[in-house]
Design a protein around this ligand. Structure first.
Ligand SMILES: Nc1nc2c(ncn2[C@@H]2O[C@H](COP(=O)(O)OP(=O)(O)O)[C@@H](O)[C@H]2O)c(=O)[nH]1
Ligand SMILES: [Mg+2]
Length: 174
């Protein structure tokens, strides 16, 4: 199971997502600290909203296997800069929540997440649990464990540790 790190503004639906992933009924809890006990690391929205705290997000991300930007489908503006995946040394995915909102603009939010460099984007309704099984399926698949040599080999050809090797380098160089 991949450990999931959630970042996004307040009210994006991060805590609800952790509840939906655990199969719990949604219940409002104000997130006042970063909690890392479960398979998901939930963070307060204020971390994404404030320049002073945002560095904390980068630090916590190192405890996770995959980093997710969570954005509600009806968010009016975007907090995350283009290509931000370049300073996150983990796979970056996007999670669009509140796809049921009457004000949802999924193509716009998808574009923000693609610009940030998300390699996959999941569409979720935390209330009905629509999309949760697709996300679970992705999380259940563990990332391969690499030796230092295998990691160095990927770095030497400009690949991230989690990307698949091109065919010709598959044998021999691993
Ligand atoms: N309609 C709808 N409401 C949601 C969804 N996800 C979360 N919410 C509601 O949005 C509010 C903020 O959610 P919360 O999980 O606390 O956001 P957080 O600040 O990112 O942790 C709560 O009232 C949730 O019930 C969703 O997918 N659809
Ligand atoms: Mg929260």
């Amino acid at each position: 199971m991949k450990k999931l790190f959630l970042m996004g503004r307040s009210e994006a639906g991060k805590t609800s997502l952790t509840q939906a992933l655990k199969g719990e009924e949604l219940h409002y809890v104000k997130t006042q600290y970063t909690s890392s006990g479960d398979d998901a690391i939930d963070t307060p929205g204020e971390y994404a909203e404030s320049k002073h705290f945002s560095v904390g997000l980068a630090c916590f991300s190192f405890e996770a296997d995959v980093v997710a930007i969570v954005q509600a489908a009806d968010e009016p503006y975007n907090l995350f800069s283009p290509s931000l995946r370049s300073f996150i040394l983990r796979p970056l995915i996007g999670i669009i929540t509140k796809i049921d909102s009457p004000h949802a603009n999924i193509p716009m939010v998808r574009q923000w997440l693609e610009c940030a460099g998300c390699e996959r984007i999941f569409l979720i309704n935390n209330v009905t649990r629509e999309g949760i099984s697709e996300l679970m399926e992705y999380l259940e698949e563990d990332l391969p464990h690499l030796t230092m040599e295998q990691a160095r080999c990927r770095q030497s050809i400009g690949l991230s540790e989690w990307s698949t090797l091109p065919k010709e380098t598959d044998s021999g160089r691993q």
